[in-house]
Ligand binder design. Structure first.
Ligand code: FE2
Length: 273
């Protein structure tokens, strides 16, 4: 199966890159399933129903979230009627929406998508390691699903790597999100899971993690907030990771994807047939 995970869409610049580029990528590489992290899609903070629908219409199959999941209050309501929008599974019991879901591809394969939040330098939430045990035992790879994608939304590189190793051999792909700058370590772990510590944002990199640089610089140099953070509006780099899985659901090939904007381009060379 051909999977693509696209990192955190930041504001209009990120949405524009996604909407303009994904339909062609999907057709060219005959992608089976596309996951996008959308927690910064609406002005950098959260997601609206309109933006959610735009992403799905562009060819996204599932949208994951993170610590900004409910910054747009309407998400608390529409997430209940949008099964393709997945919020962190380790939020407190009773949080609207779902933390995992299984989707069917056009070819009839089942893909499990799970979203979890890390706990190092982040809000205290339920243990993501314990939580994923529950999710994976409810839907084991090869039995409950044919492929699985985990978005681990976390601050600390160490926690992201530990989490990847924890689920290695039990998921198709485990991707770190949230810190917005791609790491150069996309690889297949020894147990067969595709992994990247941080997939990187889809946003304008002439910025401070996607935000217009003026206000962050003012806050770092003068310690006084003077305006809201606004997403940077220049051309975005679309950042992602492409994975091909085998019959057992584990990763066979993996490559980073970077298109447009300020970053050095990269794309998989194994689907150009
Ligand atoms: Fe985040």
């Amino acid at each position: 199966m051909r999977l693509l995970f696209i990192g955190d869409i930041v504001g209009r610049a990120g949405r524009t890159a996604l909407i303009h580029r994904l339909p062609a990528l999907r057709a060219r590489w005959r992608l089976d399933f596309v996951v996008v992290n959308g927690e910064n899609a609406a002005g950098g903070f959260g997601i609206t129903e309109t933006i959610c629908e735009e992403c799905l219409a562009a060819g996204v199959d599932a949208i994951t979230l993170g610590n900004h999941a409910f910054d747009q209050r309407e998400a608390l309501v529409f997430i209940e009627r949008q099964p393709r929008l997945i919020r962190p599974a380790n939020y407190p019991a009773g949080t609207p929406g779902r933390g995992a879901n299984v989707f069917e591809t056009a070819a009839g394969a089942r893909v499990l998508v799970i979203n979890l939040l890390g706990r190092v330098f982040m809000d205290a939430l339920d243990d993501p390691f314990q939580r994923i045990e529950q999710e994976l035992s409810a839907c084991p790879l090869g039995i409950g699903c044919d492929a699985s994608v985990v978005d681990f939304h976390a601050e600390a590189t160490s926690e992201k790597q530990a989490f990847g190793l924890f689920v290695d051999g039990r998921v198709s792909l485990v991707v770190g999100t949230h810190t917005h700058v791609p790491s150069a370590d996309a690889r297949i772990l020894s147990g067969g899971s595709g992994f990247i510590t941080e997939v990187g944002m889809t946003g304008d990199y002439d910025s401070v993690i996607g935000m217009d640089k003026e206000e962050p610089l003012r806050r770092f140099t003068r310690r006084i907030p003077s305006s809201r953070f606004e997403p940077a509006g220049g051309e975005a780099t679309l950042c992602g990771v492409a994975v091909e899985t085998g019959a057992d659901g584990l990763a066979r090939r993996i490559a980073p994807l970077r298109l447009g904007g300020a970053l050095c381009p990269a794309e998989p060379d194994f689907w150009n047939d």
